[in-house]
Design a protein around this ligand. Structure first.
Ligand code: PSU
Ligand code: MN
Length: 298
């Protein structure tokens, strides 16, 4: 199966210019209209401004697109009832002619198929709080273990259990690199996260680490956790209250499976009067910038 490259992605590939993959679940399930499409456009612009070409990934009517034309991106952002695709249902959507946005796991699969080495997102999925009874562990973690893509995020969303998420990543052999900090960034906050397993400063160091992994024949992904810019960060104790409320509501409403993360993100935006969304937008752009610089260094 060959993905359909947009003309811009094809041109960048032909010219040997760096590419950065972008996911689309953040557009369809992570943010409300119209902030979702505005953010998606701004993130693509951020990547271009750094001299790389953005490649937003989605499955449209059974075809895998790597790089979306502006009209396709807007149509996807407006569509309701889009599938949220991970490894388990990626081929299903393609075989059945369905439309689906790609999570971190599915975007990694598509990026690897298209030969794209770097991918920027907001936050990865991870081990949910209470996973000892719910068994809710995101397939993103297993994808990081097996697929050769550098994923730049702002840490795991703080609605998750961060220490357990780190434990699973360690078990799976995934390098978790905090960028320019000793602590694992906690998505909306710079503080409050556990100590980071590894630290690197700057895109060059991250690229050099990647070259060494290749030289050692080490396969699988790398997780780069890039802290949200100071000016946009929400202190951990402040966001913590909204997290507790959103989690309690999700529990009371019996939200489970794929619906958990979208439900929590939407409730967080309401509970913080939109502030969590503003921070989310800022951190995605910040990650896109770093990802483009890493892609250039590679
Ligand atoms: N981070 C965000 N918004 C999102 C997501 C992450 O800021 O919408 C999405 C990503 O696509 C991630 C997915 O892969 O949530 C994880 O979902 P789950 O927990 O169901 O595996
Ligand atoms: Mn889950």
């Amino acid at each position: 199966m060959t993905p359909i490259l947009s003309p811009a992605v094809q041109a960048a590939r032909d010219a040997g210019r760096p590419l950065v993959a972008l996911e689309s679940t953040i557009v369809t399930h992570g943010m409300p209209w119209p902030q979702n499409v505005e953010t998606a456009r701004a993130v693509e612009e951020t990547v271009r401004a750094e001299g790389a070409e953005p490649a937003t990934v989605a499955v449209l009517e059974g075809r895998l697109h790597v790089g979306l034309e502006p009209e396709a991106l807007e149509a996807l952002a407006r569509t309701e009832g889009v599938m949220k695709l991970s490894r388990a249902d990626f081929a299903y959507a393609l075989a059945q002619g369905r439309t689906g946005s790609t999570t971190v796991a599915a975007t990694m699969i598509a990026a690897a198929m298209a030969g794209i080495a770097v991918f920027a997102t907001g936050g990865i999925g991870g081990v949910h709080r209470g996973a000892e009874t719910s068994f809710d562990v995101s397939a993103d973690l297993h994808e990081l273990a097996r697929t050769d893509v550098i994923v730049v995020c702002a840490g795991a969303k703080a609605i998750l259990d961060l220490p357990k998420t780190l434990e699973v990543l360690e078990t799976l052999g995934v390098p978790v690199i905090a960028h320019g900090t000793d602590r694992l960034p906690a998505f909306w906050s710079r503080d409050g996260g556990p100590e980071a397993p590894l630290r690197l400063d700057g895109p060059e160091a991250i690229a050099a680490h990647q070259r060494m992994r290749a030289a050692c024949g080490l396969r699988g992904g790398v997780l780069v956790a890039n802290p949200v810019p100071e000016a946009d960060a929400i202190p951990a104790d402040e966001i913590g209250r909204a997290i507790e409320t959103a989690l309690a509501e999700a529990g009371a409403a019996g939200i489970a499976g794929k619906a958990v993360t979208p439900f929590l993100l939407a409730r967080m935006a309401d509970l913080t009067g939109g502030r969590s969304l503003t921070t989310n937008i800022a951190l995605v752009k910040n990650n896109a910038r770093l990802a483009a610089r890493i892609a250039r260094s590679l």
